[in-house]
Design a protein around this ligand. Structure first.
Ligand code: SME
Length: 162
């Protein structure tokens, strides 16, 4: 297993393009899903310096906090609640440029200003977890993050089986 990430790009899309094959290599030699989720989240934090990045995993019809990097967070979210529960319900990525404008946003941290949530689907199209990334700056995520975080979601679906 590679122990360091090699990133030369200075732009966001370039960093994602360099990171994703390294994530694939990172998880390929390990069969434990929690170990792999932990490294995926840590690699995203290390590459982009996100304020908060982690996953919420569907367990008994709730989203339950999984591996993350950042300040402590709420542990359980119901379907349709907050950005995470809404992404789960809609089976779609949600970009939130200003969390104060998102009805029902769950403020785990008052410092959070913008957010992106990407669902991870299994082979039958059910949501098995969501990837949540928070920023302490307004409007910090765009369709570049969406495009590549959806690829990360696809990678997670190859090793996490609900
Ligand atoms: N803001 C999220 C809750 C999770 S925390 O941001 C880590 C939401 O509204 O679903």
């Amino acid at each position: 297993m590679a122990e360091t990430l090699h990133l030369e790009a200075t732009d966001k899309a370039g960093k994602y393009r360099e990171l994703i094959p390294q994530l694939e290599a990172l998880v390929s030699g390990e069969s434990d899903a929690i170990a792999n989720l932990s490294n995926v989240v840590a690699a995203l934090k290390q590459t982009f310096g996100f304020f908060w990045v982690g996953v919420y995993i569907v367990k008994e019809n709730e989203l339950v906090l999984g591996p993350f990097q950042g300040p402590i967070a709420c542990t359980r979210i119901r379907m349709g609640k907050g950005v995470c529960g809404t992404s789960w319900e809609r089976k779609a990525t949600i970009l939130v440029p200003d969390v104060d404008q998102f009805p029902g946003h769950i403020a785990c941290s008052s410092a959070s200003r913008s957010e992106i949530v990407v669902p991870v689907m299994n082979a039958t199209g059910e949501v098995i977890m969501v990837i949540d990334v928070d920023s302490d700056r307004l409007n910090d995520f765009d369709t570049t993050d969406q495009q590549y975080l959806e690829q990360v979601a696809q990678l997670i679906s190859t090793f996490y089986h609900a």
